[in-house]
Design a protein around this ligand. Structure first.
Ligand SMILES: C[S@@+](CC[C@H](N)C(=O)[O-])C[C@H]1O[C@@H](n2cnc3c(N)ncnc32)[C@H](O)[C@@H]1O
Length: 340
C-alpha cells in the first residue's frame, strides 16, 4: 500500500515512521509512506497557506487555492488514483469496520488540517472521505493521520506476520467482540492464578473459555457492542428479520440472539427510519419494518420477528451455555480476580 500524507508539519511523522514495526514494514516494502509539505504549494513570498475567515471570527482558515492544486499534484505521483481522506472532527467516526474498508485500498492520500480547518470549498471540490478519530478536537490532523496509518497497516497482508492475530483482536472478526483475557508466565503471581482451563492442554476447552470470556467481557465493558444498536430498534418497534435464522452454533453472537439470528449492524446513534430499510449484516440482508408492535416475550420464529436480546437473557444464556464458565468462575472465586 502507498500512503501519501499532506501536512504543514511533516516532521511530526519522522519519529513515528522510523521506529519499530512500521519502520520494518517500510523497509520490507509492505507499505510506503510519502510526506508532502502543503507549504510548498504556497505561491506568495511569505509562503502562506491560510487566511482570516470571511465574516470575521477567530483563527485562520486553510486556503482552497493551496490545497486543491497540492492534492491534484500529489495524486499524479502514482498511477493509482488513491482514496482521499480529509481528517476532520466532523467526519464519520473511525472504527474497525472503517479501518478494514480503508485497508482494501492500494493507495490512501491523507489530508491533515490545522487552525480552524479547511475552506469549505476543499470538501466540495475534492469530495474526500471525511474521517474523525473521535468526538474531541485536536490541534491538527497529523495525530489523526497517524492513528489511521497505524490501524490500517496492521491489516495489510505481511505486516503482522500472523494475519490470524488481527482477526482475533477486539472489534474484529465476524462478531466484533472485545478480545479475551490474556495470560503468560508465571502461573501464579502474588496470589493471582491463571485460570486452570488455560493450563489444561485441552484446545477445545480453551477455545470455549476464550469465546465465553469475550462475550462476558464485552457484556460487562461494552454492552453497546453486543446489542449492535438493536436497543434503539427494540425500544420502539418490532423488528422483522427476513433472512434465515442461523443455527445457534453459527450465530456470530453465540448466546446473545435468541434463536440464533445473525446480528444486523445498526449504529446506535441512528434514528429509526420511517420506512422499512435493508441493513448490512454479516449474513444475508435483513429488513427492518418499524412501526409494528413487538410480540410477547417469545423467541423469534423462522424468517419472522426477533425478540429483544435483553441483557438478562444474555447473562443467563452465556452463564448456562458453557461448562467452562464454571472453571472460569472458580478461578475468580479462588483468586479474587476477574478475567472480565
Ligand atoms: C482545531 S481543528 C479544527 C476544528 C474545526 N474548527 C471544527 O470545530 O470542526 C484543526 C484540524 O485538526 C484536525 N482534527 C481535529 N480534531 C480531529 C478529529 N477528532 N479527528 C480528525 N481530525 C481532527 C482536522 O484536520 C482539523 O482541520
Amino acid at each position: 500500500m502507498r500512503i501519501d500524507v499532506i501536512t504543514l508539519f511533516p516532521e511530526i511523522f519522522q519519529g513515528y515512521l522510523s521506529e519499530s514495526m512500521l519502520k520494518r514494514a517500510i523497509q520490507r516494502g509492505v507499505v510506503e509512506v510519502h510526506l508532502h509539505n502543503l507549504r510548498n504549494w504556497a505561491t506568495d513570498k511569505h509562503r502562506s497557506v491560510d487566511d482570516t475567515p470571511y465574516g470575521g471570527g477567530p483563527g485562520m482558515v486553510i486556503r482552497v487555492d493551496r490545497v486543491v492544486p497540492c492534492v491534484e499534484d500529489v495524486r499524479k505521483l502514482s498511477e493509482e488514483w488513491g482514496h482521499l481522506i480529509l481528517l476532520t472532527p466532523q467526519g464519520r467516526r473511525l472504527n474497525q469496520a472503517i479501518v478494514e474498508e480503508l485497508a482494501t485500498h492500494r493507495r490512501l492520500v491523507l489530508l491533515c488540517g490545522r487552525y480552524e480547518g479547511f475552506d469549505e470549498r476543499v470538501r466540495i471540490i475534492l469530495q474526500p472521505d471525511e474521517i474523525s478519530i473521535g468526538d474531541y478536537v485536536l490541534n491538527g490532523g497529523e495525530v489523526a493521520a497517524m492513528v489511521i496509518i497505524d490501524a490500517v497497516v496492521r491489516l495489510i497482508p505481511g505486516f503482522l506476520g500472523d494475519e490470524e492475530s488481527s482477526r482475533q483482536d477486539s472489534f474484529s472478526g465476524p462478531d466484533r467482540l472485545l478480545d479475551h483475557a490474556q495470560y503468560t508466565r508465571p502461573r501464579e503471581y502474588r496470589g493471582h492464578r491463571v485460570p486452570e482451563v488455560l493450563l489444561s492442554g485441552d484446545h477445545q476447552a480453551v477455545a470455549r473459555w476464550r469465546q465465553q470470556n469475550r462475550v462476558e467481557r464485552t457484556r460487562r465493558r461494552r454492552a453497546d457492542l453486543l446489542v449492535l444498536g438493536w436497543q434503539k430498534v427494540w425500544a420502539n418497534d418490532r423488528v422483522v428479520c427476513k433472512n434465515q435464522p442461523r443455527s445457534k452454533d453459527e450465530s456470530p453472537l453465540p448466546g446473545l440472539l435468541r434463536g440464533g439470528h445473525c446480528g444486523a449492524v445498526w449504529e446506535p446513534t441512528q434514528e429509526l427510519p420511517p420506512a422499512a430499510i435493508t441493513c448490512q449484516t454479516e449474513g444475508p440482508p435483513v429488513e427492518f419494518h418499524p412501526g409494528e408492535q413487538p410480540p410477547e416475550d417469545k423467541p423469534p420464529v423462522e424468517g419472522g420477528s426477533v425478540n429483544n436480546p435483553q441483557h438478562a437473557e444474555i447473562t443467563e444464556e452465556t452463564g448456562n451455555e458453557s461448562e467452562d464458565h464454571g472453571a472460569c468462575g472458580k478461578a475468580i472465586h479462588e483468586t479474587g480476580d476477574s478475567p472480565f
